[in-house]
Design a protein around this ligand. Structure first.
Ligand code: ADP
Ligand code: MG
Length: 242
């Protein structure tokens, strides 16, 4: 586990001769073990921010640190992060065990260590009785949990979630939200969770970052953001009482 800091992080996308600045100097200090929600309207830069932490997108300026390490120069595989996407894909021909073990086999971890990590993740996610099944023999919720299991077994220092609930029906969304909360209670891994949904943000966040047009408008507890919005944007986006 580790703290996570953004120091004046900037991002420009280049398209031919045009450059478009989409992140304008984000600063945030996230404490070890915190569950942070990044919320804001579509196109405000949430995914870009997450992808820069993951190393899927280069930063154009500033610095991202995990603990004491400056990670923005490191390869994605060396950053100790795990990312859970909206559209997770399991390997259809592999069992649940193999799906969860795959990334660790690539890293050439000893078989006993792999077994131990998968068993531990399976216990937390209540997948222990399903390890021999193939993805097609699972319910939607069980598949979602296997996708999370794949992330857990890597024992990351930071968890990144990019709108993992947005394609799910209401029942599965509520179930998965509980699952994510339980995961955080048990493992306490520093987490960044992105959503455009204010209610989801209020429900899940220990602290939340409200973004608008590539800028951080406010960083605070759900209570602070809702009751004492820092800007008129935050007040109207959160539906704060006047
Ligand atoms: P969000 O996740 O909040 O919806 P994004 O981070 O996906 O927002 O996008 C932020 C802005 O950056 C948007 O204006 C989007 O069109 C733009 N953008 C995202 N990816 C690229 C890209 N690869 N090239 C150019 N512009 C991009
Ligand atoms: Mg996005």
């Amino acid at each position: 586990m580790a703290s996570l800091s953004f120091r004046n992080v900037v991002k420009q996308y280049h398209q031919g001769k045009q450059s478009l600045q989409v992140i304008h100097g984000v600063n945030a200090e996230i404490t070890d073990g915190e569950f942070i929600v990044i919320v804001g309207p579509s196109g405000c830069g949430k995914s870009t921010l997450l992808r820069m932490v993951a190393g899927l997108e280069e930063i154009s300026g500033g610095e991202i640190r995990i603990g004491e390490r400056v990670v923005n120069q490191l390869e994605p595989a060396d950053r100790d992060i795990a990312m859970v996407f909206q559209n997770y894909a399991l390997y259809p021909h592999m069992s649940v065990f193999e799906n969860m073990a795959y990334g660790l086999k690539i890293k050439k971890l000893p078989a006993a260590e792999i077994r131990q990590r998968v068993d531990k993740a399976a216990a937390i996610l209540e997948l222990g009785h399903l390890l021999d099944r193939k993805p097609r023999q699972l319910s939607g919720g069980q598949r979602q949990r296997v996708a999370m299991g794949r992330a857990i077994v890597r024992q990351p220092q930071v968890f990144l979630f990019d709108e993992p609930l947005s394609n799910l029906d209401a029942k599965l969304r509520a179930q998965t939200r509980l699952e994510i909360q339980k995961l955080h209670r048990e493992l306490g891994i520093t987490s960044l969770f992105v959503t455009h949904d204010q209610v989801e943000a209020m429900t899940l966040a220990q602290r939340m970052i409200v973004m608008n047009a590539g800028r951080m408008e406010q960083f605070g507890t759900p209570e602070e953001v809702y009751s004492r919005p820092a800007t008129t944007f935050v007040a109207s986006f959160m539906g704060s009482p006047p």
